[in-house]
Write a protein that binds this ligand. Structure first.
Ligand code: GLN
Length: 302
C-alpha cells in the first residue's frame, strides 16, 4: 500500500507527533516546521495540501520535528523570530527576544522621542542578546546611534549580524564586555541606557518550560538567589556612563519594581516609575539621571 505523504498528511502526522511530546500549539508548530522545510509560507501549505514533497524534504521535516519534540525552541530551529513586527536572527545559546520586552521598547522609545533634541543621541543596550531592543529603538527614532554590549561572545556577534540585516550596521556598535567594565570605561557617553538583564530567581529556573530551562542560556536568565543580582551590581555605577538628564529603562520581573526603584533612587536617579505590561505585571522601570552631581557609583563613595 502506498503511504500518503502529501502536505496535508505530513501536517497531520507532525501535529500528532508533537502532541505526543507535549509541545504546546502542536498544529502551528508543525505548520511552521513544514513551511520552513519547503521554503514557503504557512498559507501555501493549505493551497498545496495535496502536493507531495520529495523524500529529502520529508526527511528534513522529520529531523526538525524530532528536535521540536525534544523541546528545542522553535525560534532556534528556524533560526529567526519576530520582535516589534520585524524579523531577527536567533541562534542556539543566545537568549530569544520575548514579546513582553516589546513593552520596554514602546515605553523607552516614546520617552527618547520626547526628549531627543536635534543632534546626537546615543543609547547603550546592556545584556543585548540578539540586539533586538537597541535595533528596534534605532529603527523607531531617526538620528539615534548606539552600542550593544553583552558578556557573551555569541550574543555580541549575533547582535552585529542583526544590525546589518536591519540596515543599522552604520548606527550601532556591538561589543563583548561585562556591563560594569563597559560602563566604567565610557564616562558620560550615553543619553539613554536600556537593559533586559537576567532576573529570574535561581531556584525558579528548574520550573521554567523545557524550551527555556534546557535550551536557553542560563546566563541570560538567572539573576541569582532573589533575581536581583544584576540590578544591585550595575545600578550604583550607571550614572558614570549616562549624561545628566539621561534616561534609564530596565525590564524587571513581577514583584521586582520596588527594589529596583529604590536602587535607582539611591544612585542619583529621579522620576522613577514602574510600568506594567498588558498582562498587568510589573515589567519596566524608567528613571532620569537628573542630578548635576555625578556621584560615581561606589567608587568615590560620595
Ligand atoms: N521574561 C523572560 C522569561 O520569563 C526572562 C527574561 C530575563 O530574565 N531577562 O523567560
Amino acid at each position: 500500500m502506498r503511504r500518503i505523504n502529501n502536505i496535508n498528511a505530513l501536517l497531520r502526522k507532525g501535529e500528532a507527533y508533537l502532541i505526543r511530546h507535549s509541545v504546546p500549539n502542536a498544529r502551528k508548530n508543525a505548520e511552521w516546521l513544514l513551511a520552513h522545510t519547503l521554503g514557503c509560507g504557512a498559507m501555501d501549505l493549505y493551497l498545496d495540501g495535496d502536493k507531495y514533497p520529495v523524500p529529502l524534504q520529508i526527511q528534513a521535516y522529520r529531523r526538525l520535528l524530532k528536535r521540536r519534540g525534544d523541546r528545542e525552541p522553535l525560534q532556534y530551529i528556524v533560526r529567526s523570530t519576530e520582535f516589534m513586527s520585524e524579523l531577527f536572527l536567533t541562534m542556539p545559546g543566545v537568549f530569544i527576544p520575548r514579546p513582553e520586552t516589546e513593552r520596554l521598547v514602546e515605553i523607552v522609545g516614546s520617552r527618547i522621542a520626547e526628549c531627543k533634541k536635534n543632534g546626537d543621541f546615543r543609547i547603550l543596550d546592556l545584556c543585548c542578546g540578539s540586539g533586538a531592543i537597541l535595533i528596534s529603538l534605532l529603527r523607531r527614532i531617526p538620528g539615534t546611534t548606539g552600542v550593544a554590549v553583552d558578556v557573551d561572545d555569541a550574543a555580541a556577534m549575533l547582535a552585529g549580524k542583526n544590525a546589518e540585516l536591519a540596515g543599522m550596521g552604520g548606527r550601532m556598535e556591538c561589543i563583548r564586555s561585562d556591563a560594569r567594565s563597559y560602563i566604567m570605561s565610557n564616562p558620560g557617553r550615553f543619553h539613554a541606557v536600556v537593559c533586559n538583564p537576567p532576573y529570574i530567581c535561581s531556584e525558579e529556573i528548574g520550573s521554567l518550560a523545557p524550551e527555556v530551562r534546557t535550551h536557553e542560556p542560563h546566563l541570560g536568565l538567572d539573576g541569582g538567589e532573589d533575581g536581583l543580582d544584576f540590578y544591585r551590581d550595575t545600578i550604583p555605577f550607571l550614572d558614570w556612563t549616562i549624561e545628566t538628564g539621561g534616561i534609564v529603562a530596565f525590564e524587571i520581573g513581577a514583584g521586582q519594581g520596588k527594589v529596583v526603584s529604590d536602587l535607582l533612587r539611591s544612585a542619583a536617579f529621579e522620576s522613577v516609575k514602574v510600568h506594567h505590561d498588558y498582562s498587568a505585571f510589573e515589567r519596566v522601570v524608567t528613571a532620569r539621571h537628573a542630578s548635576s552631581v555625578r556621584h560615581r557609583g561606589g567608587v568615590t563613595g560620595g
